[in-house]
Structures are given as C-alpha cells and as structure tokens.
Design a protein around this ligand. Sequence first.
Ligand code: NAD
Length: 357
Amino acid sequence: MKKINIAVVGLGFGISFARIYCSHPDVGEVTIYDTCVEYSNKLAEELRNVKIANSFEDILNDPTIDAVHIVTPIPMHAEQSIAVLNAGKHCACAVPMATSLEDIRRIVAAKRKSGKNYMMMETTLYSYQFFYISEMIQDGRLGKIQFLRGSHYQNMEGWPGYWMGLPPMWYGTHAIGPMVALSGSRICRVNCFGSGTMAEDLVRQYGNPYPIESALFEFENGLKGEATRSLFETTRAYQEGLFVYGSNSSFEWAISDSWDPYVSTSYIPEGSTRARIKCEQVQMPHYYHILPEELWRFDKSGHHGSHPHLVHEFVRSCVEERKPRIDEILAGNITAAGICAHESAMRNGEAVIVPEF
Ligand SMILES: NC(=O)c1ccc[n+]([C@@H]2O[C@H](COP(=O)([O-])OP(=O)(O)OC[C@H]3O[C@@H](n4cnc5c(N)ncnc54)[C@H](O)[C@@H]3O)[C@@H](O)[C@H]2O)c1
C-alpha cells in the first residue's frame, strides 16, 4: 500500500498535527518547518523520526513530499496553498481558507489545474458533537431540519498582531461550517449586522469597526441559519456552539465548550393530545473506533477529538486518490459565507449574494 510523505508548515497549532501524522499507518516521512528554527528543533527532539526543512521553498521543490499541511498565520493561507498546489502537491490548510473572495477563486483554480487535493482542516466538522448530531439526523431522531444556528465566542486580546481587529466573520468558519455541512446544501445569501465598538487601534488594521457580528444565512434548499461571532471586547465563556432545530427533536450545544449539549425531544403523553418537550443533557460518546488503532490515543488531542479524524481524512483521501470531505467547494462556501457576511455588515445589513465555486 502506498504511503504519503507529508510536510507540516507552522509549528504552533501545527505541532498537534505533526505528532498525529508521525503515527498514521499510511504516512511515510514527515517533514516539519517553521520560520522559528527553535520550534522545529524542539519538536524534532520529541518526535525523532522527522526531517526538518530549511525553507518553505525547499518543501515545494522536494519531489519526495506528496502533501503539505499549512498551519501558518491567516494572512499566509492563500498564497501558501496556491504555491503548494502549483508545486503539484496535495494541500491541507488551517481555517480560514482565505480572507477574500478573489483568493478563494485563485485557490479553487490552482486546485483544479493541479488535479491534487485541497482540504480545509475545519475542526468543528469532526468533533464529538458533530458526529453525534449527524447520527441523530441520519437515524431519523431529529426529523426534518427546520433551522440551524452556530456561534463562536472568543476574546483574542494579546494574540499575535495579525489577529488584531480581524473582522469576526472572516474567521466565522467554526460557527458556519457545521450548518453548511448538515444542511446538505450551500449558503447562497446573507444579511449581517455588526455591533458594538472597539478601541481605535483595533479598527485600524482591517478597517473593521465591529467586535461582534451576527448573520442570517439563506441556504439554496430553503433552510435558514444564524451565526454570531465575537473576537474582541466582548466577555463570554469560550464557545464554538452548534444548534440544530428539528421536527422531532433539537440539539443545542450552548453555554460553553466544556458543557455537554442538550437534546429536547417532543412526545405526546398517554391520554393527552398535546405535545410536551423532554429536555436532557447528553454526554458525548467518543468516535475513535472509526480511526486506525495507531491514532486512538490522540482522541483527546484537542478541539473535541477532531484532530486525528482530520489527519485521517486528509491522508486517506490522498492514498485513495479521492476528494476529501472538506474539499474546495465546501471550504469555499463556508469561508465565502463569512466574507460576504462581513461585507453585509459593512453595508449596514444589506443582502449579499454568496458566489458559487
Ligand atoms: N480550531 C481550529 O481550527 C484552529 C485553532 C487554532 C488555530 N487555527 C489556525 O491555525 C493557524 C495557526 O494558528 P497558531 O495559533 O499556531 O498561529 P501562530 O500565529 O501562533 O503560529 C503560527 C506558526 O507559524 C510560524 N510561521 C509564521 N510564518 C511562517 C512561514 N512563512 N512559514 C512557516 N512558519 C511560519 C510561526 O513561527 C508560528 O510558530 C492560524 O491560521 C489559525 O487560524 C485553527
């Protein structure tokens, strides 16, 4: 069976993924690279069986490397993804895919020209909570989906400079992604408002005046969804929330990331004709059993068990020469919906059409 040689670029958040690639049974050599040489050296000491690249260009020019996972700062995602695809290698990239519609188009064009895989590594599409709600939909417990909601509350004070003042919906993928994936459709239109005010120095970098944005999305199949995203000067427990309202039951992952979701189920008590609602908090099962045994120990590695699933999906899509689940079309819709939402907020809530890729 063919093995994939992979490079991980950016060793902050990227460290977690480099460790998992090293244990994946379908991965051959793992190369690591960070502009900070100390990060690479430290990780190489821990993992021992990795190679250290001297530059990003060395990775692009190395014919033995099949695939590159980019985990660098947001402003680099588009150019580095295009460079990887143009070098004839499969590309995985941390969210968001890009911060402009034009860059999404350029990535999609590079992907199609190269014939290689592109995958956006959206953690919320492989969390325990996402697996659980997907099962509820598939086995009919939820009934018809009637409405979707997503949220992502985070305070980025003190993070690296490129974050400062970032339009909240440019990084709306954790709130928007699950809604799109569960809808079985694509977002085609958005109305969004920004709210609140921020310090002048936060407004300057991206010309974004809003610490928090809230959007209503229309899906092509008629469904609607809402997402709220905060990044600055808004105090709330960290949360990447997911809410799915169905005809039989509903799933609400509210309050905070460390709380289990609530499932409400409607029923008609014996001797009555009126519907009642039973609401219970449900402990999330783990889904490591669908992974190769070598990855089971990474089930608690972060973002609700998602990291080894993302690695496995990307690697298997390369080995099997098929599209990954979060391909350029799904990634493009999730990311573009956020970019268009911010555009709508800047036009005081005017509707913005989300282009198709
Ligand atoms: N849940 C999620 O999906 C999730 C969570 C955290 C971060 N992220 C994304 O992952 C990315 C990385 O996050 P982070 O917190 O590690 O960011 P960071 O800015 O702290 O670190 C990125 C790393 O990249 C390195 N780097 C910078 N420029 C580079 C270059 N040209 N080539 C190689 N390395 C370079 C830096 O030295 C640093 O070690 C971000 O884009 C972020 O949006 C996603």
